[in-house]
Design a protein around this ligand. Structure first.
Ligand SMILES: Cc1ncc(COP(=O)(O)O)c(C=O)c1O
Length: 575
């Protein structure tokens, strides 16, 4: 088991400086042959940090040639692979250049993002091979189940959204309303909405206000009020280029230095760990409870928080992804109350990543804002100081418009002076893409019953929703038949994250290739079927457990059957 938090590695002649985050666990798996000893504080580092953290509050000089990770656990091997691949890049780089691999920002090198990692690159190579009619591969199509990118996997855009966008992009079309209506099937509410948006944003080719067009922020506030049953203030809403840019803004403001820490769920969407790496801040991981369908586990959160604070980490925020990525879980109201209670008692700002709020198949979605407001109502004064930022996006749900880069975050309970700095931060980036802002407006204010576009909108929305749910259930059923594969029922988001139990021979074969066993399994799956999934180690997982994440966005059932067949053959080979 890898027992060190490995941040960035900076080559210094024959030596490499590894910067390690102070955390918890043992150093038994790190063998630093020769003279270099681990500082006492670093001898206890939680293995679950190993894949991700780059935080640097301690430097450890070790010889790169002497670094050996003697372990069968996946994070260790993942590290060794990434370490050796960066070493390989170092050798091929030309040091004469002003910018070379030894002098760029080490935090960029340290950041990991498995969703678009080695397997994704390999799958693109296969796709290029297939495009050239290369028939040597044992499959005819590559299925990119590694990323929640609905329209890449044939999800159709919603007609109302695209019709309005076509008009805001090309307002000249509005000079031909009869053609739009009689020949192109545009409804009058499409035309009205486009005119309204144009009257508010002017041209979509112009910058908007830094935090987004005021009328769009008001429309979002109205949506939040309808959703939660409590008022929302447009001044607390910030449009962003997808939720990713919102997370980037918030983490930049939250993380003041290398000792600033953020509680991040494990498994998690690697945006969080990668962003913390880039900021040279501390990822403080807490495990989700797989036995309870990946719910938040208050004990685990408290434990991580206490240990991190004991190690001088200034933990300031807690990230919750609901519905979950990669877990597909959907949190209960009680779980959310518990997190809010923890945040209140421990003075943590909550980052509620709610981009999958409409992808809920079991039960209903509870927003952090709604739950917080109810708690405030029931306990006057008690939770007034809770600080919350909740994020949403046009990329997911039935909208699925990842390429348009639209999103927003809402701030609750944030100090006005801090909010002014957040405003300044987004100003430096000028504004979120204005077409993306228009799409956010359409998402939060879709056609209503009785309006001309409603019937088609509703039909398209339900078709996408039902299709996702059916595919989730079908995939889950397939996993049920697979030996050594266990998976909770699909509750939400776009993913399943099954546990896989592999035979020892598979571990040995993986180790011989210097790979983690889950990575090895996923690579073999890609080679055999063309289906690209992501190994659990890319999201973090408990030691001695293996998982993979797949979306259930891809249409058809062949690819699922191919996974089942591959799995059986894999198990037979390595049994
Ligand atoms: C949990 C979560 N948050 C944020 C994002 C980023 O989405 P975007 O930047 O496209 O809005 C994703 C993308 O997959 C995600 O899964």
């Amino acid at each position: 088991m890898l027992a060190t938090t490995l941040g960035h590695a900076r080559s210094k002649g024959t030596q490499t400086t590894l910067r390690l985050a102070g955390a918890t666990a043992s150093s038994r798996a790190v063998k630093t042959a020769g003279t270099h000893l681990l500082p006492a504080r670093i001898q206890n580092v939680d293995p679950l940090l190993a894949c991700f953290s780059s935080a640097a509050n301690t430097s450890l000089p070790v010889s790169s040639s002497s670094l050996s990770l003697r372990t069968s656990s996946s994070p260790a091997i993942a590290f060794r692979r990434s370490f050796s691949s960066s070493a390989a890049v170092t050798m091929s780089s030309t040091p004469q250049r002003a910018l070379n691999i030894d002098n760029i920002n080490p935090h960029v090198k340290a950041a990991k993002y498995a969703v678009r990692g080695e397997l994704a690159v390999r799958s693109e190579e296969y796709r290029a091979q297939l495009d050239k009619n290369d028939d040597k591969l044992p499959f005819k199509h590559v299925i990119s189940a590694n990323i929640g990118n609905p329209q890449q996997l044939d999800q159709q855009p919603i007609t109302f959204f695209r019709q309005v966008l076509s008009l805001v992009e090309n307002p000249l079309l509005l000079q031909h309303e009869e053609v739009l209506i009689n020949n192109l099937g545009y409804k009058t509410d499409v035309i009205e909405r486009a005119k309204w948006l144009l009257s508010k944003v002017g041209s979509v080719g112009a910058y908007s206000a830094s935090n987004g067009a005021p009328a769009i922020r008001q429309s979002i506030a109205d949506f939040l009020e309808r959703r939660d049953g409590f008022p929302a203030n447009e001044a607390d809403i910030y449009l962003s280029a997808g939720a990713s840019s919102g997370v980037n803004t918030l983490l930049h403001v939250i993380c003041a230095g290398p000792s600033s820490g953020v509680l991040v769920p494990i498994p998690q969407y690697p945006l969080y760990t990668a962003s913390l790496s880039l900021l040279n801040a501390q990822c403080v991981p807490y495990y989700l409870d797989e036995a309870h369908n990946w719910a938040t586990d208050l004990e685990a959160m408290r434990k991580s928080l206490t240990e991190a604070r004991a190690n001088d980490v200034d933990v300031r925020a807690v990230v919750v992804i609901n519905p979950g990525n990669p877990t597909g879980s959907s949190l209960s109201e009680q779980d959310i109350e518990d997190v809010i209670d923890l945040a209140h008692s421990e003075k943590l700002i909550i980052l509620a990543d709610e981009v999958y709020q409409t992808n809920v198949f079991v039960g209903k979605f509870y927003s952090f804002k709604g739950v917080l407001r109810r708690m405030q109502e029931k306990n006057p004064g008690k939770y007034d100081s809770v600080e919350l930022a909740s994020l949403h996006s046009v990329s997911k749900g039935m909208v699925g418009e990842c390429g348009h880069r639209g999103g927003y975050f809402e701030l609750v309970g944030i100090d006005p002076a801090v909010q002014a700095e957040i405003y300044k931060f987004v100003s430096i980036m000028l504004c979120a893409p204005v077409v993306g802002q228009c799409l956010v407006e359409l998402m939060v204010n879709p056609p209503k019953p009785g309006q001309p576009s409603y019937e088609l909108y509703n039909k398209e929305y339900n078709t996408i929703f039902n299709g996702l749910r059916e595919r989730a259930v079908a995939l889950h059923k397939a996993f049920d038949q697979m030996e050594g594969v266990e998976c909770g029922e699909p509750q939400g988001s776009m993913y399943l994250f099954p546990t896989i139990t592999l035979p020892q021979k598979a571990f040995d074969a993986a180790a011989a290739e210097g790979r983690a066993a889950d990575e090895f399994y996923c690579l073999k799956m890609l080679e055999a079927t063309g289906v690209c999934v992501v190994a659990g180690s890319g999201f973090g997982q408990k030691p001695n457990t293996l998982h993979f994440r797949t979306t259930f966005l891809a249409p058809g059932t062949d690819w699922v059957a191919n996974i089942v067949k591959f799995h059986k053959e894999f198990m037979d080979t390595y049994r």
